[in-house]
Design a protein. Structure first.
Length: 77
């Protein structure tokens, strides 16, 4: 299981590796457009894990993370 909310003590969100890969690869309206909270959390986890492992540079990370978060906030309004 992959924990999408590793610091959540009360309501953790976990997915199987296959579902995680499927959620991260969805990009119908652009990679930062998410259709569900699980998809959003999976993509946010993917970005943050990539940054932690040094697979993505700081500037690119900040741009992608910002786009992902703002698109989700706009959608949830």
């Amino acid at each position: 299981m992959i924990s999408l909310t590793p610091y959540a003590s009360r309501f953790p969100v976990e997915v199987e590796p296959e579902e995680y890969e499927h959620l991260v690869r969805q990009n119908q309206n652009g990679w930062s457009a998410c259709n569900s909270e699980k998809e959003w959390l999976a993509k946010l986890h993917y970005l943050r894990q990539g940054r932690k492992e040094g697979k993505i540079e700081e500037a690119a990370f900040k741009n992608r993370e910002t786009a992902l978060i703002l698109n989700w906030w706009r959608k949830s309004l």
